[in-house]
Design a protein around this ligand. Structure first.
Ligand SMILES: [Zn+2]
Length: 322
């Protein structure tokens, strides 16, 4: 009986995989990606990770229905070809779907990881029961997935949902993408940490400066801790980032009129520090008939969103093919 699904989440630093049965994790495992070794070496690490899980769970080839994969884009989710994601060096037109299907002899479905996470929340998390969902992943970078009328919106060439690169400042900081004033350059974990390092240097007696001296560097998590402890510079930095996120979300609410905005990723773990300013900006800046109807909530799947995302990709594809 083909009752088991293999789920694979390919990140720039870690690979995570799970065997699912009836939407429950039977077992899961992870290991470093070692992306710098190139696609063929990473593919071997992926297959050995999956094979270890199959052996551990006594899953036979005949038990596997399919493989679902979430991976950083750009990628073509029809052909399952990956096109040089910034965090996977050397993956130039890498035929991931084809390679997985040849190795495991079952269908494989590949989706952009932010889209996969949006599908995960739609099928299994905070988005259940909703038809119009805007999912945001906010961590070192910022991405999103859009579900409209119960279907994933991928865009003309699978590139919709680049929420991190909507432009919010005419003369803002330069973004990783080369753009100026992108949301990601203003409000990502990386942007928060970068600004905090500057403030730490400017204010040597602040909590930020103490944390920077202790760790040698600052992460968004350090800035959140300093903000919670009452450090005024850290509070200002966090509030500014959340305000930019709120402005971006306000624009999306005006554009898409979603029922729910779900925020996942590492930054969402900071809780009220992030969500309170965002909700306040939306309340003040969005048109009332739109703002009244939209909920802004944290991800329900948290750290498991990648694996549930890979599972949700298979659910979604089976639905699309039916
Ligand atoms: Zn950008």
């Amino acid at each position: 009986m083909k009752t088991r699904i293999l789920a694979l989440d390919i990140g720039g630093t870690k690979l995570a995989a799970a065997v699912f049965e009836k939407n429950e994790i039977v077992t899961r495992a992870r290991k470093p990606t070692l992306a710098e070794r190139g696609p063929d070496a990473v593919f071997e690490r992926i297959t050995s990770l999956l094979e270890t899980l199959l052996a551990k769970t006594e899953t036979r080839a005949s038990d596997i229905a399919c493989i679902g994969v979430g991976c950083g884009g750009p990628l073509d989710s029809e052909t399952g070809v990956i096109y040089s994601p910034p965090n996977l060096p050397g993956w130039n037109a890498y035929p991931l779907k084809q390679k997985l299907e040849a190795r495991f002899r079952v269908p494989a479905y590949v989706e952009n990881d932010a889209n996969a996470a949006a599908l995960a929340e739609f099928h299994f998390g905070a988005g259940q029961g909703h038809r119009n969902i805007f999912y945001i992943t906010a961590s070192t970078g910022i991405g999103s997935g859009i579900i409209l009328d119960g279907r994933l919106y991928r865009g003309t060439n699978f590139s919709a949902g680049e929420f991190g690169h909507i432009v919010l400042a005419r003369n803002g900081p330069v973004c990783n993408c080369g753009g100026i004033g992108c949301l990601e350059a203003l409000a990502s974990g990386t942007a928060i940490a970068r600004r905090a390092m500057k403030e730490a240097a400017r204010l040597p007696r602040s909590l930020l400066a103490k944390a920077a001296a202790k760790n040698g560097r600052l992460s968004a998590r350090d800035v959140a801790a300093a903000a919670r402890a009452g450090d005024p510079a850290a509070r200002r930095i966090f509030c500014d980032a959340a305000t930019y996120l709120g402005l971006g979300i306000t624009s999306v609410i005006h554009l898409l009129n979603p029922e729910i905005v779900i925020i996942g990723g590492g930054l969402s773990e900071t809780g009220p520090l992030l969500f309170e300013p965002i909700r306040e900006v939306v309340r003040k800046r969005a048109q009332r008939h739109l703002a009244e109807f939209v909920k802004i909530v944290p991800s329900e799947l948290g750290k498991s969103v990648g694996l549930y995302g890979a599972l949700a990709v298979t659910e979604n594809r089976n639905g699309e093919l039916r």
